[in-house]
Ligand binder design. Structure first.
Ligand code: 1GP
Length: 238
């Protein structure tokens, strides 16, 4: 199951705290995206997560949960993405919450379904930056150093550059991609249409599209083809 992430080029991230009607959800799930990730930085509850999972489950697309609140961990997902916020200002978001979760629920944890993500929060205005007290922005050298901590020292399978709500610095993203040895580079933030998606896809392994689903669905759907038609950063490197 964990291997599936290696094939992901495009992922839609849905926020259980935001409304999406059935027709829109169907379009997202049938779009050809590689996975639907459910997650958000605020207002995520057990109830709204169960509700969204059960609606996505009517379709074949893999559905994974990005855990941000322990109260909202719902069984039945294909994978559980566990953010480790490398540049968090508070240790709770690096390992503190994780240790408490294991202490509390250790015997229930399906370890084989857990997928840690080395997060770098790069938009200081994003909710996630405020919640985690992230030290952002970072320059390219700082971002590369954090990414190597995740990739080489901690051997995390994913480095996630999170610009949530704004378009990223693609030169920095490309610099980080080149330093990675084994981790996959996830990029998220400000992808609104085919053109922005293509640019992100050229410098990363997996492109995450969130907000655009709620702002302009038609253009959000165009990001799938745009990403899939773009050679991976890795392919271009070799
Ligand atoms: C958010 O990285 C995702 O966690 C996607 O960002 O909402 O800006 O598309 P956007």
């Amino acid at each position: 199951m964990k291997q599936m992430i290696r094939a992901w080029r495009h992922v839609f991230k849905l926020d259980p705290d935001r409304d999406l009607d059935d027709a829109a959800l169907e379009a997202v799930c049938q779009s050809g995206t590689d996975a639907v990730m459910i997650g958000g930085s605020s207002g995520v509850t057990y109830e709204n997560t169960v509700d969204l999972l059960s609606r996505v489950r009517r379709f074949e697309v893999p559905c994974v949960l990005e855990i941000s609140d322990l109260e909202a961990v719902v069984p039945g997902f294909d994978l559980y993405m566990i953010p480790i916020v490398l540049n968090a200002g508070h240790p709770d978001w690096i390992i503190g919450q994780h240790a408490r979760a294991i202490e509390q629920y250790g015997h229930l944890i399906p370890w084989e379904l857990l997928m840690p993500e080395g997060y770098l929060v790069l938009n200081p205005e994003a909710t996630v930056a405020k919640v985690t007290e992230a030290q952002a922005p970072l320059d390219s050298a700082e971002a590369r150093a954090y990414a190597q901590v995740a990739d080489r020292l901690l051997q995390l399978p994913i480095v996630y550059l999170e610009y949530s709500g704004q378009i990223g610095d693609f030169e920095l993203v490309s610099d980080v991609r080149r330093t990675l040895d084994q981790a996959r580079l996830f990029y998220g933030g400000g992808i609104v249409d085919g053109e922005t998606a293509r640019r992100a896809a050229a410098v990363s392994d997996t492109v995450i599209v969130g907000n655009a689903v709620y702002e302009n669905l038609e253009q959000a759907l165009e990001t799938v083809e745009a990403v899939k038609g773009t050679a991976t950063a890795a392919a271009k490197k070799s």
